[in-house]
Design a protein around this ligand. Structure first.
Ligand code: PGA
Length: 240
């Protein structure tokens, strides 16, 4: 929930120009930018001819359409020329009480409309403190990934809640351990789990990106705060 139409357009233009200037980065990275719902239309319109960055939304409805005031359907997101949608971000789970079952229903709708879902999982500080991080993440994976999921239409983002927007990052060992665990558990939900992209999110920034992105089973990042500055976002990509 950041920015204005104008600042979002400037940010995306700076990101695209930065990628253009470092074109080699496209051999190593794919970029997806997920603006706020209110800004997607304008930002997408301004960048429709670009081949560097794909677009996504930060949520979608589990309903197909019709009388659901305030909600935005997967079909609308597809119509806005997006290819991805983030689902089950911890802020949606916390602020809106989203359950695993609701996230799975949203993902089903998104897959029906040919969107790639970025499904977020991650434990709270208290859950990690109690040694429950794997039980929590396993339950989230099991509950949030629908039967329509494939290695192609599903990306998992591991985001320890205590690391999001806090400046705290999980250690490379903890990330390696959790990502290997997620990879293993994905075999219960879809075929070819070795092909699923598993992103790390939670205070990824230029200073820690190299270590995090070099960690086994970390296939990319879900960048929050550092994506608000084109310079930082690109600096992270250059570490990949
Ligand atoms: P952060 O956010 O990079 O600012 O921690 C991550 C996120 O919002 O998913």
């Amino acid at each position: 929930m950041n920015g204005t139409v104008q600042s979002s357009k400037v940010l995306i233009a700076d990101i695209i120009n930065g990628i253009y200037a470092e074109e080699g980065v496209l051999e190593r990275c794919e970029f997806v930018v997920c603006p706020s719902m209110l800004h997607i239309g304008a930002v997408r319109h301004a960048t429709i001819t670009n081949d560097y960055v794909a677009f996504g939304a930060q949520d979608c409805s589990a309903e197909g359409g019709g009388a659901h005031t305030g909600d935005i359907s997967a079909e609308m997101i597809k119509d806005a020329k997006c290819s991805h949608v983030i689902l089950g971000h911890s802020e949606r789970r916390q602020d809106h009480g989203e359950t695993d079952a609701l996230i799975a229903a949203k993902a089903t709708k998104a897959h029906e409309h040919d969107l790639t879902t970025i499904i977020c999982v991650g434990e709270t500080d208290a859950q990690r403190g109690a040694g429950e991080e794997k039980t929590v993440v396993e339950a989230q994976l099991k509950g949030s990934i629908p039967s329509s999921a494939t290695a192609e239409n599903t990306v998992i983002a591991y985001e320890p809640v205590w690391a999001i927007g806090t400046g705290k990052t999980a250690s490379a060992e903890d990330v390696a351990d959790m990502h290997a665990f997620i990879r293993e558990k994905l075999q219960d939900s879809l075929a070819n789990p070795e092909n699923v992209r598993i992103l790390y999110g939670g205070s990824m920034k230029p200073e820690n990106a190299e270590d995090l992105l070099a960690t086994p089973n970390v296939d990319g990042g879900l960048i929050g705060g550092a994506s608000l500055r084109a310079e930082d976002f690109l600096a992270i990509a250059l570490k990949a």
